[in-house]
Design a protein. Structure first.
Length: 181
């Protein structure tokens, strides 16, 4: 299994968003459903290719996006309607006020990396969101392995303009801002 780290995902995300910057800015103006479709049909597959993974082209057990290595086979040897495992579980929430519910949903999936993408202004709004997410993760981490085996990444964009992206990886003491390399 190809284990993707928060840094790996961040690097792929940044590369894709730089190359798709104009199309992304256009998509932001779309209605939510079209915007989510753009993320699923364009952004996630390109991130997957950067990481050597495949991207599911529609919702996967209610996940907005999912990257995987290997598709399951049925008993006749044909591809089944599922992946053998989820390498990266992705949730994209346009409304930061509901993103804590989305973070809770991510905790239900057994994946080496869980990614939440949402939008929040820098400062106290971001601090408040990250604290909520930390509490959800700590309450869900029954095997005490979310900082090591089932990692978490939060990507926050600036609301409306998405002039910048900020990346926070979950570690034992909470979320830590990932600085560019």
């Amino acid at each position: 299994m190809n284990k993707i780290t928060p840094r790996d995902f961040r690097n792929a995300f940044v590369a894709v968003m730089q190359s798709e910057q104009q199309e992304f800015r256009t998509a932001i103006g779309f209605e939510t459903k079209s915007y989510n479709y753009f993320m699923r049909s364009t952004i996630y597959p390109r991130i997957g290719r950067h990481l050597g993974l495949l991207s599911w082209n529609k919702e996967y057990y209610t996940l907005d996006g999912m990257l995987y290595e290997e598709r399951g086979l049925d008993d006749t040897g044909k591809y089944a309607a599922y992946a053998n495992w989820v390498s990266v579980a992705i949730e994209h929430e346009n409304d930061a006020s509901r993103a804590h519910e989305t973070m809770n949903k991510l905790q239900l999936f057994n994946a080496p990396l869980k990614v939440l993408i949402t939008y929040s202004a820098l400062g106290s709004a971001t601090d408040s969101l990250l604290k909520k997410y930390e509490n959800i993760i700590k309450a869900s981490d029954v095997f005490n392995d979310f900082a090591t085996l089932r990692q978490q990444l939060v990507i926050l964009g600036t609301p409306k303009t998405v002039a910048e992206w900020r990346f926070y990886a979950y570690e034992n003491d909470g979320f830590v801002l990932m600085l560019p390399t």
